[in-house]
Write a protein that binds this ligand. Structure first.
Ligand SMILES: Nc1ncnc2c1ncn2[C@@H]1O[C@H](COP(=O)(O)OP(=O)(O)O)[C@@H](O)[C@H]1O
Ligand code: SF4
Ligand SMILES: [Mg+2]
Length: 311
């Protein structure tokens, strides 16, 4: 399958002030990520909170400057803002914060078309009606405000907004984790349906391994700003290689028994003071001496892993 997005050796960092002496602290949020997103796939990006998933997402969508490395897009007409917004759109975690409370739904949905296209008012209205019904809401919703909807409905509206410019790529950052568990499945199913209908390519960020198992074609596991394992989702679940992936899976009920003793110990180290050697060594149940000083290379071709156990 052809790559839609290719990321090579990407670094992103934040600078923040600490202390009274104007001392700067550098937060190494993304550390040398190389990753391919293939046309028409749902690629999941997994990893616990704070490991750099959202930063990587923002860098892909040009919402965060990169320090070094490169990201290339195979189908994007040009790198200008309008063309890029037609190519790539985002669905955020919190539909309470991502929809402007002062705007009616109709105006929220019209906005991307008014800014980025030359369509007439009638053409815009037609598309707005089309998209609201695509996400399972009726046209009477258009004259209401965001607060008049439930969380699940708001996320449907956010998805409709992401679809307005008919993008090829959608990045969904924890799209259901702010929603009631009872309605998460509906929103997940909607994403799956839309993906199939429009042959979308989706990068799905989530820390929920059961969502990944259900939805993703391939999975990439991130730890402290690095991708430590990638592969087909079924392979990752059947045969997780990296000790960190195993620990993540041990939190999933079906896998709990099989992988006893692999629960994560200790906290995520600070991304402003990264461990030497393998970044997971401070928490790894299989740690060896060389892990503390040497950095493992990524090995494998379809199922890739970055760990000395497999060299
Ligand atoms: N705007 C920011 N300024 C400074 N630090 C940030 C900023 N955004 C995120 N970080 C830090 O970068 C690291 C990665 O964060 P993030 O990408 O949000 O991880 P995730 O989405 O996996 O939870 C965290 O340590 C976080 O505190
Ligand atoms: S390289 Fe060593 S510390 Fe890192 S995950 Fe593998 S065994 Fe654990
Ligand atoms: Mg995040």
């Amino acid at each position: 399958m052809e790559n839609l997005i290719t990321i090579k050796n990407l670094f992103v960092e934040y600078c923040s002030d600490i202390g009274a002496f104007g001392k700067k602290q550098v937060i190494h949020a993304v550390n040398g990520v190389s990753l391919e997103i293939k046309k028409g796939e749902i690629l999941a990006l997994a990893g616990e909170s704070g490991c750099g998933k959202s930063t990587l997402a923002k860098a892909i969508l040009k919402l965060e400057p990169i320090k070094s490395g490169c990201i290339s897009f195979s189908d994007c007409k040009s790198q200008n803002n309008k063309d890029f917004r037609k190519f790539a759109q985002m669905v955020f975690q919190n539909p309470y914060a991502s929809l402007n409370p002062k705007m009616k739904i109709i105006d929220i949905l019209k906005e991307p078309l008014e800014i980025n296209t030359d369509l007439t008012k009638d053409q815009i209205l037609k598309k707005v009606k089309e998209k609201i019904s695509l996400v399972g809401l009726n046209e009477s919703s258009l004259n209401l405000y965001p607060h008049e909807f439930s969380g699940g409905q708001r996320q449907r509206i956010a998805i409709a907004r992401a679809l307005m410019l008919e993008p090829e790529f959608i990045l969904a950052d924890e799209p259901v984790s702010a929603l009631d568990v009872s309605i998460q499945a509906q929103v997940i199913n909607l994403l799956k349906e839309l993906k199939e209908k429009f042959n979308l390519t989706i990068l799905l960020i989530t820390h929920d391994m059961s969502v990944i198992k259900y939805l993703a074609d391939r999975t990439a596991v991130m730890y402290l700003g690095e991708i430590v394992e990638t592969g087909k989702t079924e392979d990752i679940f059947a045969n997780p290689l990296h000790p960190y992936t195993r620990a993540l899976l041990s939190a999933v009920p079906d896998f709990e028994k099989k992988r006893k003793g692999l629960t994560l110990k200790g906290d995520l180290p600070s991304p402003s003071d990264l461990p030497q050697g393998c970044k997971f060594h401070t928490r790894c149940p299989r740690v060896m001496d060389k892990c503390k000083t040497c950095i493992p290379e990524e090995i494998g071709s379809f199922h890739k892993v970055k760990c000395f156990l497999y060299e």
